[in-house]
Design a protein around this ligand. Structure first.
Ligand code: AMP
Length: 250
């Protein structure tokens, strides 16, 4: 049976609860997905969620979901949204406050796949401490790799549906009707942070803040580098093979 993934508690935080708790899974997976913007890790997170039964938890989705509720000027969320629109990283303090508010999702009996978190060493150390305190362990850190020119081509042509989150690409995966979502008929948009000036800032942030995480997880023996070239189904197959071989020893 395909597991049901309700992320209400993740997206809303606080006292929000999932409407449908996780279905029973054979194995509980706790993964971190690393990769530059445009490497397709969000798509892989969704595909892995269906294959492995754990929820895909994206910090970027939380910031985007909060957009619908205007934050008071100067508040942490308002500042975070301005940083995000420019392609900058949101401060560690804001991100960690958001994660702590959602601690239950990390303790969830269905496991988790973290997409877009941690993104700095400080965040990685904070999640390490949080998991130790809960007596939980990561199974693997999957690191998606893609050459920069391909990243830029993917990001600049990406169009997303704000209503159902479907993702298209103007050249490689165009919608049937221009700028209209095939799945729900919503109007497709270009994410503010997919504009060329923001892409540049995001790539620089990835190089300086997130690339060092690979060494952090390599030392722990958790790092699985995976090529993010090709079709989503091919990348998924590569990821599942790596997990089966390296984690399950199959
Ligand atoms: P994403 O959807 O993961 O590409 O995230 C979109 C944007 O949200 C990023 O460019 C950052 O501005 C912000 N963001 C998401 N997650 C984090 C994080 N863990 N640390 C800092 N900023 C983040």
């Amino acid at each position: 049976m395909t597991p049901v993934h309700d992320r209400t508690a993740w997206l809303q935080g606080g006292k929000a609860v999932c409407l449908q708790p996780p279905t029973r899974v054979d194995r509980i997976w706790r993964l971190v997905l690393l990769g530059p913007p445009g490497s397709g890790k969000g798509t892989q997170a969704e595909l892995l969620a269906h294959s492995l039964g754990a929820c895909a938890l994206s910090t970027g989705d939380v910031f985007r979901a909060a957009r619908g509720h205007p934050a008071p000027p100067g508040s942490a969320m308002a500042v975070a949204q301005e940083q995000m629109a420019r392609g900058e990283l949101v401060t560690d303090n804001s991100v960690l406050a958001l994660i702590r508010e959602r601690g239950r999702c990390l303790r969830c009996s269905g496991g988790f796949m973290l997409d877009g978190f941690p993104r700095t060493l400080a965040q990685a150390e904070a999640i390490d401490a949080l998991l130790v305190a809960e007596n939980l362990q990561l199974d693997a850190v999957v690191s998606y790799e893609l050459p920069t020119p391909e990243i830029i081509a993917r990001l600049s042509g990406r169009r997303t549906c704000p209503a159902c989150k479907s993702v298209f690409h103007v050249e490689t995966c165009p919608p049937k009707r221009e700028a209209v979502c095939d799945r729900c008929g919503g109007a497709l948009v270009q994410r503010e942070d997919d504009r060329p000036e923001a892409i540049q800032v995001r790539l620089e942030a990835y190089q300086s803040a997130t690339v060092p995480l690979a060494a952090h997880y390599q030392k722990k023996g958790l790092l699985f580098p995976i090529s993010a070239a090709g079709l989503p189904a091919e990348i998924l197959a590569r990821t599942l093979d790596a997990l089966a071989i390296r984690v399950l020893g199959l």
